[in-house]
Design a protein around this ligand. Sequence first.
Ligand SMILES: *Cc1c(COP(=O)(O)O)cnc(C)c1O
Length: 357
Amino acid sequence: MLDLVRSSVRNLKPYTPGEQPSADRKVIKLNTNENPYPPSRRVMAALRRISADRLRRYPQPLADSFRKAASEVFGLPEDMIIAGNGSDELLTIIIRTFVERHERIAYPWPTYSLYPVLAAIEGAECVEVGLNEDYSVPFKKLSEVKAKLFFIANPNAPTGILAPRQEIRSLLDAVGLRSIVVIDEAYVDFAEDNCLELVKSYSNLIVLRTLSKGYSLAGIRFGFAFASQDIINELLKVKDSYNCDAISIELATEAIKDQEYLKETVQKVKAQREWLTERLRRLGFRVLDSSSNFLWVITEGLIDAARLYYTLKQRGILVRYFDKEGMRDGVRITVGRPSENRTLIKVIEDILKEPGR
Ligand SMILES: *Cc1c(COP(=O)(O)O)cnc(C)c1O
């Protein structure tokens, strides 16, 4: 039977998501960059209002109510917006829209490790350009790569570093109209700048957003993208007719309208991010300056990173360790609630004091 499977799938090393322990297990979960705070009350109220009729009928194919609300919030026309079942779905739609088998997709490495997996499924070739010594994205080198599509996570993962808008511009100018550039802004709600403005002037740019991180809605699977009307029209042809379900459209619409609540939770996460950075540095770790809701913590010979991950797990704290090139010297830690972060620091202090590590 297995010889019937497409070779791109048979040979695929699948993406490994972070562990999701069952809800009743008491763990401190700092491994998948979920927001530690609940979604807006307006979202929860909308959830309780969902009617039987809403569920009986098919949802809006284009998530009209969300597009209208997002258009007002972000000041771009509705036909420059597409909604997806998580921004992960939009990444797949983008590849299927633009990249033929054996065409190339380029991105810096390390970055979001889903990109190579999605590319491999579609039979695309990947060009990975190593980060600079200081973990910044090598825009100059990237812009010399001939590729159909570029993926730039900004802020990048797992580093958390935000590239200046000017660098993104220079990449866009360098590739001209021969490539599509995707700026994946999954974490941009925690950053001081973003590239949304640029979609007005670059017809080959796609800016990708999600409700999973800043808006505390990873569970409903809702992402969206901004691009020129021409790009959006092509993406709409490729997506499933009803790619977003009725409940998620309803809740996403409320979430995007409540920018006040977003600001509040983001402020709290940022304050904790600064606290955690400072405490981890004091313990001797190298912690990159993060513009997101997680930290890349390089263990600097204090302790083996894999060992730190396993020891924390034994003590009920999940962080993320990637057994991948360029990522074995650190762990990625999601910023949690104050009590969680305090416990984390306490437990790491204990681990570092133990002999024989
Ligand atoms: C979390 C994440 C996504 C996925 O977001 P969903 O909307 O939950 O699918 C996309 N890109 C990056 C870089 C992420 O970290």
